[in-house]
Structures are given as C-alpha cells and as structure tokens.
Ligand binder design. Structure first.
Ligand code: FES
Length: 211
C-alpha cells in the first residue's frame, strides 16, 4: 500500500522540531479541532522590543499530520515578527511539508490556528490588540468553544455544559453544568479563565458550577 504521507511529513513526524512546553512562556494557546477532537498547544517567547518570536514550542495531542504541521509551523515562525508569523497559512505549512492528503487539511489548519491563537494571547496580554471590539456573550461563547470538556474530549459549548453567560461592566459570569466537586471542575475553571481573562475589557471572570 502506498504511504499517504510525503517523506517530509514522515521525517517531521518521526523527529518533530521544537516539541515541548515553555514554562515561563510569554503567551500560549490550546486549540482543539472541531473536525476530529485532537488538540495542539503552542508556547511563545517574544522579544518585547522587536515583537519577534525568539522561541516557540508545541505539544500535540493529535495525529501524524498534526505533529508534522506543528513541527513545521514552529520552524516557519521562529525568528519572525508577530505580524510575519500571523501571515503563515495552513496552505504554506502543508506545502512546506510537501503536501498533505486532502482529508488531513484540518490537521494543518489546527496547527496554524494554534499559532495564531498564541500570538493573539500575547497581544491581549500586552495591550497590543488593535481592534477593540466590546466583549459580548457571542464572543465569550466563541472562546468557550476552545475549552475542552475532558469528560468527552469535545468543547464545552458543543457538549452543552455552558448553561448561562452574562457580560456586564467588565465582569463575565458563567454557569457550567457540572458539580463543583467534579474531578474536572478545577481544570475547566482554569481553562475558562485563561481563555476569557485576556479579553481587553474583561476585569473579572466568575465561574459558577451547578449543585
Ligand atoms: Fe485530528 Fe489530524 S486527525 S489533527
């Protein structure tokens, strides 16, 4: 049977570059793919003067294509300015790997989304967001689509765990449909805060669990 992957994909899969986490990262992201439920985490160290990516690492909880594209986007992004890195596309990543089977397009999309979300996280943490759109319930819901429900490996919104969202005077209040002593309540709480707090006009995130 012919291999579905190019030599390059296999090489990056077997010897992925820049794997791991950066403990004192300046920014990070965790993105999940709605297509397959796999995840990728991206960590950045950024030079605050030139806004250049000095170091980048990734962790993949996905397939061979996901690992290979994580590897290639970190190589493409290292040393680039945030603006240059934002312009890296999934098509470019896939081309740099000598092509991916069409059914695997979402894997490179996931890796590039992870990179963009990490850059966005840096910009939000450092007051660099140019488009200051006021936070709405819809924006919060969109972000919660990036928080996984570890019970089933899909996001909180799709698994209908978000019972209520309110946005008022810089406070975002959420009700999550899980008991407060559930084994994953703490990690979900932390993930939710991590995704919502960086929004430029949010001062406080209040998470309530049911029961
Ligand atoms: Fe899920 Fe590739 S199949 S990232």
């Amino acid at each position: 049977m012919p291999m579905p992957y190019s030599e390059l994909v296999m090489e990056h899969f077997r010897h992925p570059r820049n794997v791991g986490r950066i403990e004192d990262a300046d920014a990070k992201s965790i993105e999940g793919s709605p297509a397959c439920g796999d995840m990728v985490a991206v960590y950045l160290k950024v030079d605050p003067e030139g806004l250049r990516i000095n170091d980048i690492k990734f962790e993949s909880y996905g397939c061979a294509s996901n690992i290979a594209t994580g590897s290639i986007i970190t190589e493409l992004a290292k040393g680039k300015t945030l603006e240059e890195a934002k312009a890296i596309s999934w098509k470019q990543a896939s081309e740099a790997l000598g092509g991916l089977p069409p059914i695997k397009t979402h894997c490179s999309v996931l890796a590039v989304d992870g990179l963009r979300a990490a850059i966005q996280n840096y910009e939000e943490r450092h007051g660099l967001v140019k488009e200051r759109v006021p936070t709405t319930v819809d924006i919060v819901r969109k972000r919660l689509k990036r928080v996984m429900n570890p019970v089933v490996g899909l996001d909180l919104v799709r698994t209908k765990l978000v019972r209520d969202i309110e946005v008022a005077d810089g406070t975002v209040s959420l009700v999550i449909d899980l008991p407060a002593d559930h084994q994953f309540a703490n990690s979900i709480h932390e993930d939710v805060r991590e995704k919502i707090e960086p929004l430029w006009d949010v001062d406080k995130v209040v998470v309530e669990f049911t029961e």
